[in-house]
Design a protein around this ligand. Structure first.
Ligand code: C2E
Ligand code: MG
Ligand code: MG
Length: 739
């Protein structure tokens, strides 16, 4: 930046002055003035008079009478001054203003502002030039300083994040050299990650050579531990340099010209209580070259440097937060994706998704802080078992481990084994996860898009049981896409379901449970159907587990119960609904009661079917107990297909067991009375009799089976042979015929 003199309006009054005394030092009122500089010259520009203030200002012992006054002007300013002199002479009596500096090189800036007036004799002829001026050096420096600071602030604010602050630090140094006039050279040192100060900017020195020298915080230049701007002299520097090793000293005294510096202004840059950098401004001429204003300005520049560094710190912090999990400090998905996207040389890599099955449960027991500590500890152990360049990320639920240089599945297995072993070690002072992690692994070529790789590892993980590692295969992907499609479609179906068993994509079908002798329907089982407009009928075995996983089952189940209660009321026959585990909350008995009240039926008309596994949880047992106490018959569905426990039959208030379809499948088309299945069937029948339970045989598909069961003394049955599940409309028609 260049500081331009401000233009002053010229004062066009005509002045005619008496001839002035021409002798040096004559006692005139002008001699008494301390701040107004007065000079007179003849028409050629030679000194005829100068007051004491001028001589002092110029550092002259005596007036160089007869010398050209222009010699006392800074050479660069001379043409302009000469031009103004010509203007003044051309228009006598008018005042012309000009600013210029002193011709002394290497000292503090000087600037004075002058009024030139050509004075005429009584005849109106110009006889001399009268010049009065005053020192504006400080004002001029302040102006320069303000302008530089404004430019610097603008540059700092507009320099985008991520730019190295070194560029800005250099800019501050350049500004410092313009602002501080006595600064003939300068440098900036910055504390690096190694804790030492490194030269990062230099003016008047060979930066490349200097950057080979780094200074310990307890070493020269920073040695005095000054925390404000300070001026050091040549002896100080000599003393400092005498203490460092010869190699670095040679650089500092050679390219660093340390031996020639007469005055050095050193300003520490303090960011949040820590010295992070130093700004050095050097002068080679005089020990007293810097003045108080220089110190003040240099300090302000150091504040600015601190601002630049602080801005960079904040940027670094924000960048770190953007790429790391704030609680655990581990990398997050953003960093993982960035790493996956970054260009790299050829070679495969593997992405592992790791789930700790115990984490959720233990967090409930011990609280969220426990989780953070466990995740951090597990994270550390994982990192100990992998190579330095491998990346571990945590997304709040699972770990992601990116292994470099893995081209084949078997190359990832030793890592998995190491992880399994290290994670099996107990975590000191904490309840450790005891279930081994489940791992999903996907292999990536450089062409695999990152999102796809993540999805593949996730799909593999979804198939991995605790302690297992599953590799991704394309067929898994297909299943996943299908599942995603179904989830979305089901969401739409559930949110658009109608208050009727008949309309909408979701509806109830009804299948009768009949007396095997005579075929009288004793009740109906309500079975949920989803008819997708394009896909047709989607079986409940497919979509109910989905609804359960998505947490929609309580809502869907509630709707089913309401429809079943309405159907029972309409047809005057009990209706059985299947309950899912996720419906067995404490609010269920009251919700069921409300639907029965609304439909106007008693509790015995709404039968509830539960499967074996579902009744095992103590909380669920309590809910079933409450439902039974309110008068709802409980039927145990699919008996014998899972891990039936006879104990369960006695602990639950069950009215009937439904024999799973597997029995009839095993029995075959033409049942042999002495086959093992036939004997189990007979045993279950007598067990039911013994416990006072009804036994309903499911899955009767043929007449032979029907007859056989009848002959074996079974009373109730359900199956395609006896009646397929049908829509409400068809069921109503069937009932009219049957009842
Ligand atoms: P489930 O409760 O054991 O229902 C009997 C299943 O057997 C029904 O299948 C029915 O159509 C089928 N079935 C009936 N007779 C025969 C036969 O002779 N042979 C053969 N092979 N199958 C027969 P669906 O409707 O596909 O239902 C399957 C399962 O889905 C049900 O088994 C039940 O566990 C569940 N489910 C159905 N509706 C609901 C519901 O509203 N809520 C809940 N939570 N689960 C339901
Ligand atoms: Mg059932
Ligand atoms: Mg069943």
């Amino acid at each position: 930046m260049e500081c331009l003199p401000r233009s002053r309006p010229s004062l066009p009054q005509k002045r005619i002055l008496p001839p002035s005394p021409r002798s040096e030092g004559s006692a005139t009122p002008l001699e008494a003035t301390r701040h107004i500089l007065v000079v007179r010259t003849d028409l050629e520009g030679r000194f005829t008079y100068a007051n004491r203030a001028y001589l002092e200002y110029m550092g002259l012992e005596r007036l160089p009478l007869g010398d050209f006054a222009l010699d006392q002007v800074e050479p660069a300013d001379r043409p302009r001054v000469a031009e103004v002199v010509q203007q003044a002479l051309a228009r006598p009596g008018e005042a012309f203003w000009v600013e210029f500096g002193k011709p002394r090189p290497g000292v503090a800036w000087s600037r004075s502002r002058w009024e030139f007036v050509a004075v005429c004799d009584p005849a109106g002829r110009p006889v001399e030039l009268q010049c009065s001026g005053y020192d504006i050096s400080d004002e001029y420096r302040q102006d320069c300083f303000r302008q530089e600071m404004t430019d610097l602030l603008a540059a700092t604010l507009t320099t985008g994040a991520g730019n190295p602050p070194v560029a800005l630090l250099r800019r501050v140094l350049e500004a410092a050299l313009r602002i501080v006039p006595a600064a003939q050279a300068g440098s900036v040192t910055l504390r690096g990650p190694d804790g030492r100060f490194h030269f990062v900017a230099a003016e008047g020195y060979d930066l490349e050579a200097l950057s080979r020298v780094s200074l310990d915080p307890a070493e020269p230049l920073s040695l005095s531990r000054h925390i404000q701007a300070r001026i050091f002299g040549a002896e100080d520097l000599a003393r400092f340099n005498a203490r460092i090793d010869p190699q670095r000293r040679a650089v500092l005294e050679g390219v660093g010209k340390a031996g020639r510096i007469q005055a050095m202004l050193s300003v520490p840059v303090v960011v949040r209580g820590e010295v992070r950098a130093y700004l050095y401004l050097d002068h080679f001429g005089r020990a007293d070259a810097f003045d108080a204003l220089d110190l003040r300005h240099a300090e302000v520049l150091a504040y600015h440097l601190a601002l630049v560094l602080e801005k960079e710190d904040l940027h670094q912090r924000a960048e770190h937060l953007r790429r790391h999990d704030p609680q655990t400090g581990l990398a997050n998905l953003a960093l993982l994706l960035e790493t996956l996207l970054a260009p790299r040389s050829a070679g495969g890599r593997a992405l592992l998704a790791l789930r700790l099955p115990d984490l959720e449960r233990l967090e409930e027991l011990y609280g969220p802080q426990w989780r953070v500590t466990v995740v951090q500890t597990v994270g550390r152990r994982i990192l100990e078992g992998v190579r330095l360049g491998d990346l571990l990320a945590w997304d709040g639920r699972r770990f992601w481990l990116l292994l470099d240089g893995v081209d084949e599945p078997r190359e990832a297995l030793p890592v998995v084994e190491r992880l399994r072993q290290s994670l099996a070690q107990p975590i000191p002072n904490l309840a450790s996860p005891t279930t081994p992690p489940a791992v999903g692994i996907a292999l990536a070529s450089p062409q695999t898009p990152p999102e796809e790789l993540l999805q593949q590892a996730e799909v593999a993980l979804s198939q991995a049981a605790p302690g297992q590692a599953v590799f991704f295969e394309a067929s898994l992907q297909q299943a996943l896409l299908e599942e995603q499609w179904l989830v979305e479609a089901l969401y739409r179906a559930i949110s658009r379901r109608r208050p009727s068993a008949e309309r909408g994509e979701l509806r109830l079908y009804f299948q009768p449970v009949l007396e095997l002798a005579g075929g009288r329907p004793v009740h109906l089982e309500a079975l949920l159907r989803w008819r997708h407009p394009h896909r047709g009928l989607i079986p409940p075995g497919r979509f109910i587990p989905l609804a359960e996983r998505q947490g929609w089952m309580a809502e869907l189940g509630d709707w089913t119960i309401a429809q079943a209660a309405q159907a029972s009321a309409a047809w005057g026959i009990p209706v059985a609904v299947n309950l899912s585990a996720l419906q067995l909350g404490p609010g269920l008995p009251e919700a069921v009661a409300a639907h029965c009240r609304e439909a106007g039926i008693g509790p015995q008309r709404l039968i509830l079917e539960v499967t074996e596994g579902l009744a095992l949880e103590p909380a669920a047992m309590g809910v079933l107990q409450a439902l039974a106490e309110r008068g709802h018959p409980l039927h145990l569905d699919d008996f014998g297909s899972g891990y039936s426990s006879l104990e369960q039959l006695t602990r639950l208030p069950i009215r009937a067991v439904k024999l799973g379809q597997g029995f009839l499948r095993d029995l075959g088309e033409d049942p042999l009375p002495n086959s093992p299945t036939a004997r189990v069937l007979a045993a279950v029948r007598s067990l039911g009799e013994g416990l006072g339970l009804e036994v309903i045989v499911e899955g009767i598909e043929t007449e032979t089976q029907h007859r056989y069961l009848l002959a074996q003394g079974f009373r109730l049955g359900q199956g395609y042979w006896l009646g397929r599940p049908q829509s409400a409309r068809k069921t109503a028609r069937r009932l009219e015929l049957l009842i």
